[in-house]
Design a protein around this ligand. Sequence first.
Ligand code: SF4
Length: 481
Amino acid sequence: MEESLFSGESSEPPSTGLEHDDPPGNSGNTIVLTVAEDARPSKQFHIPDSSVLNLVRNGRAPAARSHSKPANRKRVTEKVTTSPALPDRNGVRLDTAHSSGPSLRRENLLTSKFRERFYPDASDADWDDWRWQSRHRIKTLEQFERILELSPEERDCLADGGTLLPTAITPYYMSLLDPNDPMQALRKTVVPTTREFVRTAGEADDPLGEDGHSPVPGLVHRYPDRVLLLPLDFCSTYCRYCTRSRVVGHGEIQPNVQRLEAIFHYLEDATQVRDVLISGGDPLALSDEKLDWIIGRLRAIPHIEFIRIGTKMPAVLPQRITPELVSMLRKYHPIWMSVHFLHPEECTVESKQACERLIDAGIPLGSQTVLLKGVNDSVEIMKSLVHKLLTMRVRPYYLYQCDPISGSSHFRTPVAKGLEIVQGLRGFTTGYAVPTFVIDAPGGGGKIPLQPDSIIGRDGDDILLKNFEGKVFRYPDPMAT
Ligand code: SF4
């Protein structure tokens, strides 16, 4: 039997057994601002978030500090009444709404209310513990029904099972879903429906042909100088449009030492490889120690210059981004990270803090967004998302046309929709906010960027260009004639 990095742990159905992982590493630094009920019976405060932070930074925070919620105390929640251009759910600004304290325990108001209703016994320390979140993921029909008013399509799918991809949602991410609206954007991306059973022309389980470019199990070598390393197939929350739904959550890619050593040996011989993307499954589902070992082994290979990590943790389980994790990662610079945000409602105060931790540790963050019908397929929503990402210091990097995986037709938009969105951003907002729209070519052709036409022709020595307003300009280009 192969030695496992999760030795002694059981698997998700069949899993990596994250539920049985090591004790949490992030419980020692949070300070919770609490107010005794008897002292402040009004319980709600209308304090701008920045004021709370400044109070703390100036050393004038209230004295009450705790790592858990004492029985006679209430969390302080803040109601923010400002109206952004595109309101978040129920008009609550998830990026600023919140409460308590310094180092900075921050929680958006929707999540606070959700906790009070569905997890009243969970302390702040529990809630902030990524392993607690993983253990309490919502996976079964019975668990879903306790929280959401399910549509017939959702209920039938959960009752039937049989989708390519397992279902699981962290309590944190569930707190962002609308319990009454199956058409809410975030809900569509994580709650399965019977539409996943529909297969249409052109779809495939492995549309990118990754399996055909895999010299070692769990390694995809498609481009000459870079590889994709899959350490595991576990994710804390499963996205219904996942490109790797054929493997993710199936328990077939385990982070065992023998398989990973085979990958390292391949890379030691592949001297043309300078860039390794660790993705998955979500690599940050591994413990710090296991991730440390994997990255350390890669760093010991002299020709590997550059390591990237692909993760959705800042959006679905921001509690995973602990001070301990980032201090481990910063040992291995240059480390870059591709984070996966889809919609402005994912940009909560918690996800912002997670991103800030990574960036403050010198890890540049680029966001990869999949264009999804009925989720983010409008200029207005995409503009709101990219603006929020910039304020979180995350660079919008790629906007992906949804891959034609089996059962994805309800998510896919015409390619023209992506071009329309890029057209609606380019010139109308900060250049940094405009992602590159790409199609990952079916069959392993790699990413192909698509742009609205900007060169419309030539007139003698001049090239004719169209700007974002549709006006035509000339640029002298005699060398080309
Ligand atoms: S986090 Fe990434 S790998 Fe995991 S289900 Fe979502 S898209 Fe797939």
